[in-house]
Design a protein around this ligand. Structure first.
Ligand code: ZN
Ligand code: FE
Length: 239
């Protein structure tokens, strides 16, 4: 499996997972259809599945058009069946979704929205975290509680350390400023900031990160108690 990062809208990332053995692909969170279509054009790749992490417009905006154009099947969380456009396959917490050679464990991780899920492609050691875990940050709490978000991050934290993280937005640089402000002596964080600045200067995505890097550097994962986590989340909202 090969991952292609497709920048969308202002700072969103959609991702294509391409199976080189048969040229079948899944797209994760198509914010809009055009960049996906542009990428697929003149390539012999069949967009079989559209996987959504949550219902926000910047994650589902391309669903209908891609579905119409390629006959793709839309996959999302059961609890969001009313608000994910074109949904065909309803997923449950902890289920394994398997289709063609694609296989992912679904984890319900509420907090940002009540129906947010992540897709853990365990064979490839890759997780798509949408707007729940970002590199050096976490999503805003729109529909859930601090506790739900804290618990959801714990679930992601428990994945193998070498797991690669593909998240919904390029927020890493801004997030890093917050982390270093409240964690100024963190040497791993300093190193990560140096690296990500180089990527940004070169016009490259700072994604993927890894569970290990986030455990070492992301203040929202380093926080051990709910109270501190909640305080940090509030501070970040006004940062
Ligand atoms: Zn969102
Ligand atoms: Fe988003």
């Amino acid at each position: 499996m090969r991952i292609e990062i497709i920048p969308c809208l202002q700072d969103n990332y959609s991702y294509l997972i391409i199976d080189d053995t048969n040229n079948f692909a899944c797209v994760i969170d198509p914010s809009e259809s055009e960049p996906i279509i542009n990428f697929l054009e003149n390539k012999n790749i069949k967009l079989k599945y559209i996987l959504n992490t949550h219902h926000h417009y910047d994650h589902i905006g391309g669903n209908q058009e891609l579905k119409k154009k390629y006959g793709s099947v839309v996959v999302g969380f059961k609890g969001d069946s009313k608000r994910i456009p074109g949904i065909d396959i309803l997923l449950k917490d902890n289920q394994i979704w398997k289709a063609e050679n694609f296989e992912a464990k679904i984890m319900h991780i509420p907090g940002h929205t009540s129906g947010h899920i992540c897709y853990h492609f365990f064979k490839e050691k890759i997780v798509f975290t949408g707007d729940t875990l970002f590199s050096l940050g976490c999503g805003r709490i729109f529909e859930g509680t601090y506790k739900e978000m804290f618990e959801s991050l714990k679930i992601i934290k428990s994945l193998p350390e070498e797991t690669k993280i593909y998240c919904g937005h390029e927020y890493t640089l801004n997030n890093s400023k917050f982390c270093i402000k409240y964690d100024p002596e963190n040497q791993s964080l300093k190193k990560k900031i140096e690296n990500l600045k180089k990527k940004i200067v070169a016009g490259l995505p700072t994604i993927p990160s890894t569970i290990k890097e986030e455990l070492d550097c992301n203040i929202f994962l380093r926080t051990q108690d709910l109270e501190t986590f909640s305080k940090l989340r509030d501070l970040k909202d006004n940062f």
